[in-house]
Design a protein. Structure first.
Ligand SMILES: Cc1cc2nc3c(=O)[nH]c(=O)nc-3n(C[C@H](O)[C@H](O)[C@H](O)COP(=O)(O)O)c2cc1C
Ligand code: SF4
Length: 698
């Protein structure tokens, strides 16, 4: 049988990469004090152990103090980084994985009010929309010191034993010099393309002078800014040629687009609902024209697309970065002929959106990613087999079932609906979020392989559960839409879930009041506006959809703005009444103007009114908890969770606190837990995390 093109080695200079799969650089914001310590090492080592050929560590590791981290980046300007990176590199080398790092100066793509409070610096005074800092325009002495900073950082990376470095150009200081949109300098660093690349070439020469000709050095850059007045595709080819012909560069890592706005960034790194591998052909064109080692990755989530990228020679190394966050063991599974067991990246972009909000990267449906030190990617079998009954086949219930199945338990799942998925099935109904169903499909296929018994159309009562004689009961019943308006008129409104499920047809003139700020509101808004209705979307929050982070908001805004939806932040729906001619009157208040409305008393004078034919409300979800409270008196632990044990990854005490503290009979027969939205409305990741960390020790 012919060898899988993905599993053929690639020779880069003196380095043999053992297959064609890499993680492109991505800062998961795991550094501690700016250093890649144990958590960081464990994350990369897990993927190395599974066989990835090359891991491009960091993302935007900073070479200078006036490039302070925007998402907890590695501080490559500190000498203490060397031993930390050296440990990480050694750990990955043990498994035959090559390790490189991306170095950068962020230029204007950061802020001045961080770290040492130095001014941001760029090739013009123009600010970047995303980070908002007005930069200082570089002077000669800045250029001189920045070149040295890059060279110093490169030398540190070599000292740490890394196989090479990649300079991040796109959107950062380097291509702020390259792009006519961000370079207002005069010659010799402004003007012609050669002049605009001068800074980069001087950096490369300084680096080579330090690290020699053998050390691998590449550049990650945009081959087309896709911005009027910016670098276009022909400039991109010229840049590629200049880099290649400089003799200083060993590989090109091509992206396409611009990242100075949320919208631009989302086109460079597409999320769910957007096209798969949209820039692969473009990267292939550069590869063909340059005949030079070329890397690329952008929403290549599945093996077939990655294989196509290599088999057709479009790229030499294919990036599957978020795919490896979702499943670190892709290469191992591929080599074992177990492709179908790969946990799919569903493009939810929870990982990337979180880092821009100051969090660290977590995968929406792999709670072990980024928690390698405490949560397992491989579940170990239990010593004692138990009967586990799970109520609810949403993400929490199915993750609990999967993990319990992997532990070797006898598992029964009772689901009220005729198919699995819970809120995920609802959200996946809209085209934009269709990929979310992968979270369910993957778990169902794992559960099938593990012999988990799924029973649908069972609205479980306590006696149904007790009849199973379980050892462990997991209530994962999820939530239902909260419609209780604090004011009068709740019988006149419908919920966003009614719209999403298709139970209610959108009106013609609609007010959508969003008090939860989540996907359900925006999805309902899109459905309503797409039906041709006039729609006003109102929220009491300062900003729109606060639970939807930057990149996830982009496709919604593109669609809603085209559909001429009106947005009204900082106002609150007070109550709804019916007018004499049958229309609905929405009474609008504001937390700023009217305490009575804010407190839900409904007695105050309203700020305004809207005359509409439909009011849709989105108040989030309320836990479906009746079954849990019915089962509680029969359980041994009264549903109690020992949080210390949970956090420490230890088994839960069988009996829990004393009966008088937990409203239960002393003779309870099973352990009872509830997880996910059945406890409190949170999100998919929280639900899956609840399940994993509890069940891995049941
Ligand atoms: C959490 C996270 C952080 C990232 N940080 C960087 C970065 O610092 N520099 C960079 O060039 N790309 C960064 N990226 C982009 C990735 O390298 C990659 O281009 C992108 O994820 C698209 O590839 P994929 O679809 O295979 O994930 C980041 C991606 C993620 C998910
Ligand atoms: S959060 Fe979404 S995009 Fe990120 S790795 Fe997980 S599935 Fe992929």
């Amino acid at each position: 049988m012919a060898q899988d093109p993905l599993l053929t080695p690639f020779t880069l200079k003196h380095l043999t990469l053992k297959n064609r799969l890499m993680m492109t650089s991505h800062e998961p914001a795991y550094p501690e004090d700016g250093m890649p310590k144990a958590r960081y090492r464990a994350y990369h080592e897990e993927r190395a152990r599974a066989g990835i050929a090359l891991t491009m560590t960091a993302g935007s590791a900073s070479v200078a103090k006036d490039s302070p981290p925007v998402f907890n980046n590695i501080l490559a300007y500190r000498d203490e980084v060397v031993p930390w990176l050296s440990e990480l590199t050694d750990a990955c080398h043990e498994h035959g994985t090559a390790v490189m790092i991306q170095l950068t100066h962020l230029g204007r793509r950061t802020r001045w009010d961080k770290a040492d409070w130095l001014p941001a610096v760029s090739a013009s005074h123009r600010r970047e929309a995303a980070h908002r800092a007005f930069p200082k325009r570089v002077e000669d002495w800045d250029i001189a010191r920045l070149i040295q900073d890059y060279a110093d950082a490169a030398e540190r990376m070599q000292a740490a034993g890394l196989d090479g470095i990649e300079l991040q150009a796109y959107g950062h200081l380097m291509d702020q010099f390259w792009s006519p949109l961000t370079n207002t300098l005069d010659s010799p660093y402004g003007g012609s393309l050669e002049n605009r690349l001068r800074f980069t070439m001087e950096v490369l020469s300084a680096i080579r002078a330090r690290v020699g000709s053998e050390f691998i050095v590449g550049v990650r850059y945009t081959g087309d800014e896709c911005l009027s007045g910016g670098l276009d595709a022909s400039d991109g080819l010229e840049v590629s040629r200049l880099l290649r012909d400089s003799g200083q560069v060993d590989f090109l890592n091509v992206v396409r687009g611009h990242i100075d706005t949320d919208a631009g960034l989302t086109d460079v790194i597409p999320i769910q609902g957007m096209a798969s591998a949209p820039h692969l052909d473009f990267a292939g064109q550069i590869r063909e024209a340059m005949d030079f080692p070329t890397f690329h990755g952008a929403k290549i989530q599945d093996i077939a697309t990655a294989r196509h990228a290599i088999a057709t020679g479009k790229v030499d190394m294919v990036g599957m970065t978020r795919a490896h966050m979702a499943d670190p063991h892709i290469v191992r599974k591929l080599m074992a002929g177990q492709e179908e067991t790969i946990r799919p990246c569903v493009g939810a972009n929870y990982c990337l959106d979180r880092i821009y909000q100051g969090g660290s990267a977590y995968c929406i449906h792999n709670a072990a990613t980024g928690r390698e030190l405490e949560q397992p990617h491989d579940i170990t079998p239990a010593e004692v087999t138990r009967k586990v009954v799970i109520i609810g086949a949403g993400p929490a219930g199915l993750e609990a079932a999967r993990v319990a199945g992997e532990r070797g338990h006898q598992v029964v799942v009772l689901e009220a609906a005729d198919q699995p998925g819970g809120q995920i099935r609802l959200t996946a109904q809209s085209e934009r979020r269709r990929e979310m169903i992968g979270i369910i499909d993957w778990r169902i296929s794992r559960c099938e392989a593990l012999g988990v018994e799924m029973r649908y159309n069972v609205f479980a009562e306590a006696e149904d559960v007790l009849a199973e004689q379980p050892d462990v009961v997991i209530v994962a019943t999820g939530g239902y839409p909260e419609e209780d308006m604090p004011q009068v008129g709740s019988e006149l409104v419908v919920s966003s879930w009614d719209i999403l499920s298709g139970h209610v047809t959108p009106g013609r003139n609609v007010l959508l009041f969003d008090d939860a700020g989540d996907h359900a509101a925006l999805q309902a808004a899109e459905m309503i506006a797409n039906s041709g209705a006039r729609l006003e979307m109102m929220t009491p929050d300062r900003t729109f959809a606060p639970e939807i982070m930057a990149m996830n908001l982009v496709p919604y805004m593109r669609s809603l703005q085209r559909l001429a939806v009106t947005f009204t932040p900082t106002y609150r729906l007070g109550s709804v009444t019916r007018s004499e001619d049958g229309q609905l009157i929405a009474h609008i208040g504001s937390d700023y103007l009217d305490d009575a409305v804010a407190q839900g008393k409904g007695t105050g004078a309203y700020a305004d009114q809207r005359l509409v034919d439909q009011v849709v409300v989105n108040y989030g979800a309320r836990p479906m908890e009746d079954l849990y409270f019915e089962l509680k008196p029969h359980s041994r632990n009264g549903g109690a969770v020992d949080y210390d044990a949970l956090i420490a990854g230890l088994a839960q005490p069988v009996d829990g606190p004393s009966p008088e503290h937990t409203q239960r009979a002393a003779e309870g027969s099973f352990q009872l837990y509830r997880i996910g939205d059945a406890v409190a409305t949170r999100n998919t990741h929280a639900a899956i995390h609840d399940a994993l960390r509890l069940m891995k020790v049941v």
